[in-house]
Design a protein around this ligand. Sequence first.
Ligand code: ADP
Length: 534
Amino acid sequence: MAMELPDQRLRQREYLLKISRAITAQLDLTSVLDLVITVAVEMLAGNAGLIALSDDELGTEPTPPQQIYAAAGIPSAALPAFRRLLALPIETLGKPNASAVLREIAGETGLPLRQVIALPLTVAAAPVGTIYVFRAALNVSFNVDEARLLQAFADQAAIAVSNARLYQSVLREKQRLDAMIEQSADGVMIIDARWRITTFNKAMEQLTGWNRTEAIGRPCAEVLGVRDAQGANICLVDCPLQRRPPLNNPIVEGWLTSRDGRERYIQSRYAAQRSSTGAFLGAIANVRDITEQKRDEQLQNTFISVISHELKTPVSIIKGYASTFQREDAAWTLAAMREGFRVIEAEADRLARQIQDLLDVSRLQASGMRLELSDWSLPELAASVVQAFAAQTQDRFTFELRFTDDLPPVHADYERIRMVLTNLISNAIKYSPHGGRIRIGGHPLPELNQALGYVADQGEGIPPEEQERIFERFYRIDNRLRRTTQGAGLGLYLSRAIIEAHGGKIYVESQVGRGSRFIFTLPLARRQITGETV
Ligand code: ADP
């Protein structure tokens, strides 16, 4: 019955409505408080007003200090003068002391302030601030109705404060979560009910090579296209989040090609959010790069198959000869028996070498390499290794030693470098199916105080993309020779470990079909005070 309401009531209602709308429409606390105080001053026929809020959000102090958040009819330069008033308890405001303070403020600011009415703003029964309205007139003091009216405005202001604080705390919590997600060492991705990416952290960018601005909004299966061993995109063909009935903790594992072409093996764990009816609402994915773990696992499998193959072969040859020699129905010539024993010895040596290689590899992993260093001549060692090979290879190979005369002794572990040379020369023979020339040589690198040595063959060569990989553990090039030659893929791995333990380098220069040259460096013996090398 709006017509029956007194004019002022009507305006009051209109204003309160306007304020409530402002509260729901915007979360900007200051503009709502500005509106509240302007309207309150007008409604109470005041000439100025203030809203002050206590800054102690936790409410730990009994009377937390208040700050002015909104004012009407007071120039901002005059606001500091009101601090004294804010410090006074509301109940004392009508008392002479408080009136004296008000007079002082009026004197200082030149504002006609003779009366004040103040009410607390309370949120959930806790005071969060105060609303003040000032009047210039002395004759008409604030009455009960006006106090009630101000209370309505105070309540509105309190709602705005409560909303704003709630919003602030939600915002802070969101920022905290965002920071946690962003800083997480694992990739974190959030997807919505339509499988589109909504959050994509820094680790995800590094893992996938996708920029977050491009990734957000795209289907997750496009950005995180995890492939199984057969190359199928698991996220497309068998998304674990779409299984029926839903899985508890879905996981996807597989290969991921990042946009910059890197191959990573990743594990993605999902926490799905579902409605009460089981509909998919979204999920958070925690994505981890487990490439190293996967490689170790693959290496272990290779290790087992290499061991079983490489160690079994000589054992079965030895066993074969031993059991044939025992047959009573066969008569053996001395020459045949000698040949048999030669094979047994060669195979036993091979077995011993393989075992030694494996022991070296595991020792290397456990505790690095300990060297027994001394000074000795590299050409002499090369000559003795070549001699042993030349006896076995008959006419298929010619060996050439090409060391310059000015090569000083090296300072290195003799037995281990013998192993390196043996590996390199044995490879030169193994991977030159048509024989040819094998050249072993070296010269000093005086500026580095090192010797450079090499083993060069005219064999089948190594393609450029394989030239680094052949130094990896158990790595063998996948070609025809791999099937016809024996080997565990450890020789070059160990050779590199030995040369690097000396502070040297080993690498290969090669052309397919033309041959390979393995080059290594070793420290020279230190010069003595006399200036001669030892
Ligand atoms: P293994 O000879 O037991 O296979 P290595 O570690 O000595 O193991 O060599 C690794 C791989 O590098 C070999 O399997 C072969 O494919 C390649 N390789 C090594 N030396 C040569 C060479 N001189 N010529 C061509 N390929 C070679």
